[in-house]
Design a protein around this ligand. Structure first.
Ligand code: AMP
Length: 308
């Protein structure tokens, strides 16, 4: 299945208890694209950058098999910039700066080759832009997946709710699920979100794993306990990229495949957090990914004998 991804391609500056970066390449679209590229070579990425964005980075996305004809380069404009600081509990972060720059007036254009893509991944972006992409597709995809964040709940509530109504799967983190639904328990939060339209919701809980809910089932996958975690930025997007990438590779969107995809997404996210920025996603191999997936399988594999 062909994958069409839309999301920010950005500069980030990140501070964690383990160090501080200068301006590095980030963006939801970048993380999703790189992660999905380990599963599918039929992926188009839609985004916008300024003329300050390194051409070498666009080349490295192309080298990973990503079609970048949908990434507009705006002369005389600046790339989106985000800065964040993580606490000692790295599930908690403060956004220090969000400079929309080129994203402020972003008008997405769908590359002709990706009209008819079977899976649409709407990475974190203004919900009005996400909605425009859906509207610009001549054929409805088999699956529309959407990520979002608290920033849009605070600045574009109505558009966000409208866009959520149009998608099949919503991927968000636990705090965002609570904020969106007004419910504290994730089970109630998921139910409320499912009532809004999506048929499936994935709730990410950082180092505590991820839940997948549909109306009849709940599935959980833990995160891998890692010795080294230096920068969680992009882990959620990397999860989403691995999740949709796995579905595209399988050519199947059944519940069972969606569950396996949660494991694939979690494995990809575990590579992401081990290094700053996108570094952990640049030099992976099928063998490394397969090994990591097996670690997940072993982590939750046990025999339960009936004791009489
Ligand atoms: P995550 O850690 O998965 O939530 O994603 C972090 C990435 O999201 C960073 O690389 C940022 O560049 C990007 N990002 C942060 N805020 C926004 C926003 N308001 N719109 C689009 N992308 C954003």
């Amino acid at each position: 299945m062909r994958l069409l991804t839309v999301g920010s391609v950005a500069f980030d500056a990140v501070e964690t208890p383990f160090g501080k970066t200068g301006r590095i390449v980030g963006g939801a679209g970048t993380y999703i694209g790189l992660s999905a590229s380990y599963f599918t070579s039929s992926q188009g990425l839609i985004s916008v950058v300024g003329d300050d964005f390194p051409k070498a980075t666009l080349d490295s996305l192309r080298n990973r098999g990503i079609d970048t004809t949908g990434i507009q380069v705006k002369e005389g404009e600046k790339t989106f910039f985000w800065a964040g600081k993580y606490h000692r509990d790295m599930n908690i972060r403060d956004t220090l700066t969000t400079e929309l720059n080129v994203l402020e007036h972003f008008d997405p254009v769908i590359p002709e080759d990706y009209q008819g893509a079977e899976v649409l991944m709407l990475g974190n972006l203004a919900p009005s832009v996400q909605k425009k992409v859906i509207q610009h597709l001549r054929q409805p995809p088999q699956l529309i997946v959407m990520d979002t964040m608290n920033f849009w709940m605070e600045t574009a509530w109505e558009e966000l709710k409208e866009t959520i109504r149009l998608v099949d799967v919503l991927i968000i983190n636990d705090e965002e699920a609570r904020q969106l639904s007004g419910e504290y328990t994730l089970v109630k939060a998921a139910k409320k979100i499912l009532d809004e339209g999506p048929r499936c919701v994935i709730v990410k809980k950082g180092e505590h794993g991820a839940f997948l809910f549909d109306r009849a089932h709940t599935f959980f996958c833990p995160a891998l306990p890692l010795e080294k975690v230096v920068d969680p930025t992009g882990a959620g997007d990397t999860f989403a990229g691995g999740w949709v990438g796995y579905l595209c590779k399988s050519g199947d969107i059944s519940l069972e495949t969606m569950k396996s995809a949660v494991v694939a997404g979690s494995a990809m996210a575990s590579f992401c957090v081990e290094q700053f920025g996108t570094e952990g996603l640049m030099h992976l191999s099928q063998e490394k990914i397969d090994k990591r997936v097996q670690q997940f399988v072993q982590l939750v594999d046990f025999n339960m004998e009936t004791v009489t």
